[in-house]
Design a protein around this ligand. Structure first.
Ligand code: ATP
Ligand code: MG
Length: 271
């Protein structure tokens, strides 16, 4: 499972049909206004598995602007997590550029990546990833400790985040004393506590029943309405439809990119 650093990499780019030639490429079809938070520029992630070369990302170009709510969908093995790991500064492209809030992440050291990750991103995972030995408040405070924030301010910010997701009354519970939906709300509060501009959610409803999933998606939509930019990974089209924009990946490439109309009720569409 060795990553390849190619001298020259063979691309398997799809040739756009005549009808699409005048339009922006998929991945660049979101709103045309607003500050760019995420820009993937022709990103490749290539693995060499013995004789086989795997293009986990195969020339991905994607722009996400402030206050978007974007779902990245695709079948198992299509490259969703690969893109998510790059967007989340957990991995770097084999080739191509990644800019987060205007900064070129591609050439950053591990420490610099950790810095920008702490500053700009909040993560929500399928399995919540709460620390079982810490209570709810301590779990939410954890990323603030990494940020070097004082104890007093940590308490205040963690409580405010728990309040935002309606679960402040459980702050002294242990994670095991909460339902799955409540645990996911704690993990959303943890992502929010550092006040990052971008929330990355990897299958956030994957472990929840449909009622609780709707509730958690409702929270994400509300956070988006309040100004957070949200990138949501899912294999479930029903979940994806809650986002304002859907980007579909197949074989490491963006094959579809469209606005859903979600979240625009009662608002004038700008595009
Ligand atoms: N470390 C690695 N070494 C080799 N191949 C890898 C590695 N990581 C991912 N791949 C391959 O890259 C492709 C994309 O994987 P990725 O994990 O991004 O898919 P995914 O869309 O997230 O799938 P799932 O829905 O199952 O999580 C797959 O073919 C996978 O086998
Ligand atoms: Mg995955």
């Amino acid at each position: 499972m060795q990553e390849v650093v190619p001298v020259e990499c063979k691309t398997r780019k799809a040739v756009p049909s005549e009808a699409l030639k005048e339009e922006a490429a998929p991945g660049l079809r979101g709103p045309s206004e607003g500050e760019e938070l995420i820009r993937l520029d022709n990103v490749y992630k290539i693995y060499q598995m013995g004789e086989e070369t795997v293009h986990a990302a195969d020339g991905v170009s994607l722009v996400i602007r402030r206050n978007e709510m974007v779902a990245i969908v695709g079948q198992s093995g299509s490259g969703k997590s690969t893109c998510m790991n790059i967007i989340g500064c957990l991995d770097v492209p084999t080739r191509g550029k990644y800019y987060l809030e205007g900064e070129d992440v591609s050439g950053m050291s591990d420490d610099q990546q950790a810095d920008i990750r702490n500053r700009s991103l909040g993560f929500i995972f399928q399995q919540y990833n709460l620390i079982p030995k810490l209570d709810v408040l301590e779990n939410v405070e954890l990323p603030l400790i990494y940020k070097g924030i004082s104890e007093r301010e940590r308490h205040e910010r963690a409580k405010a985040a728990l309040d935002r997701v309606g679960i402040l009354s459980k702050m002294h519970n242990m994670p095991s004393q909460l339902s799955g939906g409540q645990q996911q709300r704690v993990s959303i509060a943890r992502a929010l506590a550092g006040d990052p501009p971008i929330i990355l959610a990897d299958e956030p409803t994957g472990a929840l029943d449909s009622h609780t999933s709707q509730e958690v998606l409702g929270f994400l939509q509300r956070l988006n309405a309040e100004g957070n930019t949200i990138v949501l990974i899912t294999h479930d089209m029903e979940v994806a439809k809650k986002a304002k924009r859907i980007v579909r990946i197949a074989d490491g490439r963006i094959v579809e990119d469209f606005m859903t109309g979600a979240g625009s009720e009662g608002k004038e569409r700008s595009s």
